[in-house]
Design a protein around this ligand. Structure first.
Ligand SMILES: *Cc1c(COP(=O)(O)O)cnc(C)c1O
Length: 422
């Protein structure tokens, strides 16, 4: 297929070749990124992209659904099995749309939602001011404690009592600690709010049993399929049986038209992969690598938000280094280490040039890197930060990174043998 592209569209083929080289020749530390398996890649680049399937299995608006109905049912069954959920909707185009659908299913425009503030680790769609979620709904963001970098449940409970939100959102995009979803469920119950839990980042850790699942404590659980879960780019919603119809209607026809059947097919493949002992071992290693990386950074004198990590990501507070996050991220990128600059709790600097750096281990772990390599990565980061204005050193680090990458090739052909699944 790729060879055919070389013939038909050499310009795009060349750019794809360059991007593949970039992905294999750099250490990808963006915690929301990963490498998918060959099987997931094949399913997402398949003939299923040609099929319109508006509606749900057995209730479609176009004919020719003999196969798509079976695929969607299989995807849903695999999702409900690994998440132990009553119901799954696998049609949301992405995590952002999944969140919008969750709100649309449960509340009315103008109602109050309470999600984690973006500058403290929440997602745009949790009611941040530039997101339509803050225009459609009245948003009361909750912070984390500036000193500990952690959620303060007494504060959140008081805020909930004061503002009486209709929805409380748990979950984050840049929070390095395990989240107590049971507590969020209780706080929501106490003020008669719905609890929506967004596990876009940590879904893989939840499936592997490393972090406690929010499924028993949330009305609706929203997730992406492409972060630690290592599937194609997409979104999913899980819910209790009582909300199933509302959730399905919110996705279609509420927000979307035809589902992306190629993505849905690849989600089915990824869910079978996630239902294996190999995936559990992978997810455990993701956390081990993050802890090894974090500990080494602490040794080098970096400050980490909350002092470390329980999951796949680390937030470095660069204020003691007196270098802004963007400058560090750009220098690291020149050294083939790909990160993203990020706000830290209590950040005096604006989100466009904040004081922090967000890194994570899902992608390097898929490449087979373990604790020694994670520590090596910490040493690279330290070297770049210590020599932030020295291009010669940064270039040297880039060469060392390339060497490490050559020893851990991108698993373009990694196959998870799925014997536990039908
Ligand atoms: C990544 C993320 C999303 C959005 O996912 P997209 O697929 O980028 O739309 C939603 N919520 C959280 C917590 C995320 O981290």
């Amino acid at each position: 297929m790729v060879n055919a592209l070389e013939q038909y569209d050499p310009q795009i083929y060349e750019l794809m070749r360059q991007e593949a080289a970039r992905q294999s020749g750099s250490i990808r530390l963006i915690p929301s990124e990963n490498y998918v398996s060959k099987a997931v890649m094949l399913a997402s680049g398949s003939c299923l992209t040609n099929k319109y399937a508006e509606g749900y299995p057995g209730k479609r608006y176009y004919e020719g659904q003999q196969v798509t109905d079976l695929i969607e049912r299989m995807a849903r069954d695999r999702v409900t099995k690994i998440f132990k959920a009553d119901h799954a909707n696998v049609q949301p185009y992405s995590g952002s749309v999944a969140n919008l659908a969750a709100y649309a299913a449960l509340i009315k425009p103008g109602d109050t939602i309470m999600g984690m503030s973006l500058i403290h680790g929440g997602h745009l769609t949790h009611g941040w001011k530039v997101s339509v979620t803050s225009k459609f709904y009245h948003s009361v963001p909750y912070p984390v404690d500036h000193d500990t970098g952690r959620l303060d449940f007494d504060y959140i409970a008081d805020l909930a009592k004061k503002h009486k939100p209709k929805v409380i959102v748990s979950g984050a995009t840049a929070y390095p600690r395990e989240i107590d979803f049971e507590k969020f469920g209780q706080i929501a119950k106490d003020v008669s709010a719905y609890h929506i839990s967004d596990i876009a980042h940590i879904a893989g850790l939840v499936v592997a049993g490393i972090h406690k699942s929010p499924v028993p404590y949330a009305d609706v659980v929203s997730t992406t399929s492409h972060k630690t879960l290592r599937g194609p780019r997409g979104g999913m919603l899980l819910c209790k049986a009582e909300h199933a119809e509302k959730v399905d209607k919110a996705v279609f026809p509420g927000l979307q038209g035809g589902p992306h059947m190629h993505t849905l097919t690849a989600i089915a493949v990824a869910m079978a992969e996630a239902d294996t002992p190999e995936f559990v071992a992978y997810a455990k290693q993701v956390v081990k690598n993050a802890k090894a990386l974090a500990n080494k950074l602490l040794e080098y004198g970096f400050n980490l938000v909350s002092g470390g990590t329980d999951n796949h990501l680390i937030l470095i507070d660069l204020r003691n280094k007196n270098i802004p996050g963007r400058k560090v991220a750009k220098a690291l990128d020149r050294a083939r280490i790909v990160t993203n600059y990020n706000t830290v709790p209590g950040d005096p600097a604006p989100p466009s040039n904040p004081s922090g750096l967000r890194i994570g281990t899902p992608a390097i772990t898929t490449r087979g890197m373990k604790e020694p390599e994670a520590e090596q990565v910490a040493a690279f980061i330290n070297k770049v930060v210590e020599n932030i204005d020295n291009e010669t050193v940064i270039e040297e680090v880039g060469k060392e990174v390339l060497l490490l990458c050559s020893q851990f090739t991108v698993p373009e052909h990694f196959i998870i043998n799925n014997k536990t699944h039908r």
